[in-house]
Design a protein around this ligand. Sequence first.
Ligand code: SAM
Ligand code: DTB
Ligand code: SF4
Length: 319
Amino acid sequence: MTQIRNDWKLEEVEALFALPFNDLLFQAHTIHRDNFDPNQVQVSSLLNIKTGACPEDCSYCSQSSKYDTGLEREKLMEIDLVLEQAKEAKDKGATRFCMGAAWRNPTDKSLDKVIPMIQGVKAMGMETCVTLGMLTQEQAFTLKEAGLDYYNHNLDTSEENYGNVITTRTFQDRLDTLESVQNADINVCSGGILGLGEKQTDRASMLRSLANLEQHPDSVPLNLLVPIPGTPFEKVEPPTESEFIRTIAVARIMMPKSVVRLSAGRTEMGEAMQAMCFFAGANSIFYGEQLLTTDNPDTNTDQELFTKLGINQAQASSH
Ligand code: SAM
Ligand code: DTB
Ligand code: SF4
């Protein structure tokens, strides 16, 4: 039986990273098989409902107002357009629709506008997810009442590396929001980005923070940085393929029942790389031509990949 742990020590996580690649992958894949159908992948589609002019200074992001990335700012989208996009995503096979906003935090007034979007998407029979920045406890309860299934809020990097990436909020702020979301009994989606100039120990530390949460995140997105011209991290050396795959494998071992999402960065990954990520324990992707502001593989390419690998798409679970 799989044991769920919340007491990982950094040395233990580093020891997993240090295993020979085949031993690490074998261990991760065995745990994956014990807990999931190894040939099933969940697909989520993303929509940026409010673009740009974000007051935060996240050094990787196209939407921060601190950097000139050439992105046009846009107001919060009208609900009809959002639901049209959700319908399109559903028709293409997505089971979850995730709406993102370039906010530090939502105001209560803006939250009131997002709620009918959540309800509209849910009424279509899709799972709902939003990522709106920091939340108060009260706002988390409001979202729960609205029927929200998942809240995405990434730790992004290790506590130790956090100040090199973002200075307008703290790692603790992120943990506080995750706590409010879990208190409200909303499923947590939280992960991070690789390629922020972090060391392997930072990756171990980030996964440790996720796995040592009182409850493991239900979903763990692992993003490969999409380099954005104009941001401080535009030219950072990316991790190697094996480093990225190792991180997925370690996440799978530490959080055996969480859905691990192979997230941003897939346009730069070939078939074999993605196949290795699925073997290592990834069982979800972002699906659809756009992430938030950058490109994602087109759906035909992803369908072909699934066919070649014999992968089935998971159905939406009833919430
Ligand atoms: N503003 C909210 C927040 O930061 O929580 C929600 C939207 S924000 C864009 C959602 C997540 O997208 C970030 O936490 C980060 O992990 C990811 N992200 C943003 N830009 C990225 C990039 N260039 N490459 C990879 N992941 C990125
Ligand atoms: C997550 O972990 N990755 C998604 C989603 N959660 C919101 C966002 C990826 C953004 C990639 C860069 C962009 O398109 O702007
Ligand atoms: Fe704003 Fe989120 Fe981008 Fe940070 S990651 S600048 S909070 S939109």
